[in-house]
Design a protein. Structure first.
Length: 327
């Protein structure tokens, strides 16, 4: 069994590129100077471009949380109508059952990796990302960040100026706007305006996973709005799936074996329950244990192909491993 050690020579890559040269769509992607991060949420995905040069310390701090997985299954904990949606305070663990210690379920605070110096400069206009911080303490930002949903230029001078370190690309703001349209409740702590979905705000109860707007993040090599994307550089397949009884899910799969069988493994911490399935999503059929993806965008160092009718068979339920059968 040949495990992935050189994507440039993998069977998977050669087969995909053979399909490309055989006549499937081949696109040329422009060079992207700044770091890109894909943010998957319960209301869809968007890509952010980080301001590597304008706010280097802030970007490095943010990417530290991304790369460690601190934002995996984190949640939007604050929603101010027509102002901001904010995240980065909590990571979701699991629903609390009767008798469980709350410390082992529900949310856990994301550990601070230390304060980052303030780097004001870019304006807090609609669609930008900025760091949250304590009042009267300009250099107190840690893990919390927010998306500006209006031209919040007053923030450019408040508290030493709020550091803008990125922007949402394409039509990704529609995702943040949809989250901002949700009702919100006060559950204490940092979550005094917690956006909730499918939740009876009149009942005196705490929300569960299906009521939250969860998040997953990872670096990407290029901007894409496609539902299913595979990147050679990271060996990640990002997808949205109708999983039948398990619900509608956004998830990432990692290429773990490149021949003779091509094997992908679901990354559990990447799983985010979806409120709505996007057009072009995959379907997992329990009867035959197969995942079918109608279209997959394949990025090979900026050269992009689109392949169709990818079929993957679940071969190891314990490790969530799938073998590619056809495409």
């Amino acid at each position: 069994m040949s495990f992935l050690c050189n994507l440039g020579n993998s069977v998977f890559k050669r087969s995909f590129m053979a399909a490309v040269l055989g006549g499937s769509l081949l696109l040329s992607a422009g060079v992207q100077a700044d770091t890109l991060v894909r943010v998957s949420t319960s209301y869809g995905s968007f890509t952010v471009e980080l301001f590597d040069e304008a706010a280097p310390d802030t970007v490095a701090n943010f990417l530290g949380y991304v790369d460690r997985g601190d934002y995996a299954r984190s949640l939007f904990h604050r929603s101010e109508p027509d102002f901001v949606v904010q995240a980065g305070a909590y990571q979701w663990q699991r629903n609390c059952a009767t008798g469980m210690d709350p410390a082992t379920c529900s949310v856990a605070s994301i550990p601070s990796q230390g304060n980052v110096r303030n780097e004001p400069g870019a304006s807090n206009t609609r669609g930008t990302l900025a760091m949250a911080k304590l009042g009267g303490a300009p250099d107190s930002a840690t893990s919390q960040w927010f998306v500006n949903l209006a031209d919040n230029t007053d923030l450019d001078t408040q508290n030493g100026g709020f550091t803008v370190f990125g922007k949402v690309l394409g039509d990704g703001l529609s995702v943040a706007d949809a989250i901002n349209d949700l009702p919100f409740i006060n559950v204490g702590g940092e979550a005094q305006q917690l956006p909730v979905r499918d939740f009876d705000t009149q009942q005196n109860q705490l929300p569960v996973e299906s009521n939250l707007v969860l998040i997953n993040m990872h670096r990407v090599e290029r901007f894409s709005s496609s539902v299913n994307v595979f990147e050679y550089g990271t060996a990640l397949l990002t997808t949205s799936v109708d999983a039948g009884g398990l619900g509608s899910l956004s998830l990432n799969m990692r290429l773990v074996n490149d021949g003779p069988e091509v094997v992908f493994e679901v990354i559990p911490d990447s799983i985010v329950p979806l409120a709505n399935l996007p057009e072009g999503h995959g379907v997992f059929t329990d009867a035959d244990q197969r995942l079918r993806l109608p279209r997959v965008e394949v990025n090979d160092n900026g050269q992009v192909s689109v392949i169709t009718n990818v079929v993957m068979r679940l071969t190891d339920a314990a490790q969530l491993r799938f073998v590619v059968e056809s495409y």
